[in-house]
Design a protein around this ligand. Structure first.
Ligand code: ADP
Ligand code: MG
Length: 242
């Protein structure tokens, strides 16, 4: 694929669905794949089990992962939770990069940037063209695509709501990686459309007042806050192979 996708002049290519299927997942922080027996991986499986327990009839669910501040581990958590969900027999899981300000899903998965959510919402790409497989049979993703001039307007559209409804017919879980709550309205907007929200909190780093503010903002948009996921504990260094 082309190497200059970040240039504003170079339009993003339409993804080759077979290309991402062949790319191994190698990042160490994607612990559920890189260190499946670790305590941190078990934390993601425990979160998966809690989410499943809240949903005894097994109906398809859309979940937003967000945080109060940038860099708390949203993207890493979205992918690790997606891996844990996709371990269940027959699961079909989709991760959407809905952080149109700072897309990161493709980079974390080690695949090339391509057209995605933005083009899909603009009607220029079909779901089949946007949905890309991974090496894990139960897990697919949609990248962010090209950054639109006004991300919030694109995400607030009825098309986004319709898209989530459509995708729930194809996947058991649709996870949305979003920007932090305190700097844009995107996460709370999406949280209001989704079935549930998980707030990622970096231990020892995020002041409680920011966490409280993020919860209030999310709830004011009608979000169903399922719980918080604490990240950044020293657990990975004391368990597993490291
Ligand atoms: N549980 C964790 N413990 C330690 N570092 C983490 C953890 N989760 C994420 N990180 C690291 O923090 C950085 C930011 O993570 P990322 O998921 O990209 O954050 P966000 O999406 O919230 O901006 C990455 O370098 C990632 O490896
Ligand atoms: Mg991120």
């Amino acid at each position: 694929m082309s190497t200059n996708q970040d240039s504003p002049l170079a339009p993003l290519p339409i993804a080759d669905p077979e290309a991402s299927r062949r790319v191994p997942i190698t990042r160490e922080d994607l612990v559920v794949v890189s260190d499946p027996a670790s305590q941190q991986s078990e934390q993601f499986r425990a979160l998966r089990n809690s989410i499943a327990a809240l949903n005894p009839d097994g109906a398809p669910r859309t979940l937003v992962l967000t945080s109060a501040l940038r860099g708390e581990g949203k993207t890493t958590a979205a992918l690790n939770l997606a891996f844990a969900l996709s371990e269940r027999p027959g699961a079909k899981v989709l991760v959407i990069d809905a952080n149109l300000h700072a897309p990161a899903i493709e980079e974390h998965l080690g695949v090339a940037r391509a057209q995605g959510l933005c083009e899909l919402l603009g009607g220029r790409l079909s779901p089949d063209q946007a949905i890309r497989p991974t090496t894990l049979s139960g897990l697919s993703f949609i990248g962010a695509g090209a950054k639109p001039p006004k991300p919030s307007e694109v995400l607030a559209s009825d098309r986004m709501r319709t898209l989530l409804r459509t995708l729930k017919q194809r996947f058991n879980y649709v996870l949305l990686d979003t920007p932090e709550v305190t700097t844009t309205s995107d996460a709370s907007l999406l949280a209001g459309m989704a079935d549930g929200v998980v707030l990622v909190v970096r231990m020892g780093r995020t002041p409680k007042s920011y966490v409280d503010q993020a919860c209030r903002t999310l709830e004011s948009m009608g979000a169903n806050l399922l719980g918080t996921l604490l990240t950044g504990a020293d657990l990975p260094n004391t368990a597993g192979r490291r």
